[in-house]
Design a protein around this ligand. Sequence first.
Ligand code: FES
Length: 352
Amino acid sequence: MSSQDIPEENLPAAQGQAHGAVDVADEKNPFADPGLPPHEHRIQDIDERAAKRSERTVALLFTLSMLATVGFIVAYLTIPVDKIVYVWTLGHISALNLALGGTLGVALFCIGAGAVHWARTLMSDVEVADERHPIEASPEVKAKVMADFRAGAKESQLGRRSLIRNTMFGALALVPLSGVFLLGGLGPAPGTKLRHTAWKKGELLINQNTNEPMRPSDIAVGSLTFAQPEGLDKHEHGYMNEIAKAALMIVRLHPNDIKDKRELEWSHEGIVAYSKICTHVGCPISLYEQQTHHVLCPCHQSTFDLSDGARVIFGPAGHALPQLRIGVNDEGYLEALGDFEEPVGPAFWERG
Ligand code: FES
């Protein structure tokens, strides 16, 4: 049914008058403006029952959004992260991802669909033509905009349609909860993990090539060896995280060549142990220059002087490499005498 089929006296009064038509082009207005077509009332404008139906549809969509958000939260709390389900055409996928994606999608879609349906069927649809005007708004225009805004708010029937208003506010208030719950998926807070590595007092230094504990006699002057703590097992979960912090490089210098007093105290017969992780952006350091005792990071050429506390002598690294204090146990094997005293690697310095 269109407004043309309704008796004139039953139609609502025109809410605005289309204007601006320039029927004939002239010198000032070279393009004729045909103006706006006659306004047609929607069924909801002339039939309160149709308007009520639209209102219920909008409210239903907002309510579905609320239910989907609640479903999202329930799914997040109840579905195990490793549960896999088979979905036709998608194959085997994570049940949790499917549930979270599905419910969040429905929640957002229903809010959007409800708003669109509301605007299309119940809000005022009177066409308005406006003349072009300078970009900067005059005080009168600003006042008019505010007046139009208030009129628009009134025409949207937000005050009158309390069912829509309440369900919309409910849906809009609940949907951000999805984001709050997703934050929980970032995992547990790191706590003090970044400050510690797998090294501790009495931990044997294991040669990464031979997988054997090391004796001082195994290390020749001028050699570079990589080591890891005794307890680390390549096949265990979390190995890569631990080795990324605990990787060690062992170099033997002549004790007389060591300039830094603390470095000498923390070494054993000239054997020094330093973190292998560059303090710039964390590349593993691997190049040792025997004559100068410099180690070089291959990523951005940061260079550290191992005879002087591994201080930075070139490149973008901002800090010396952390040294591990070592000694020898009763059986003659090299062991750690504690953890690193500074955090290893990059960026943490700036965060700490
Ligand atoms: S990571 Fe070592 S210099 Fe950039």
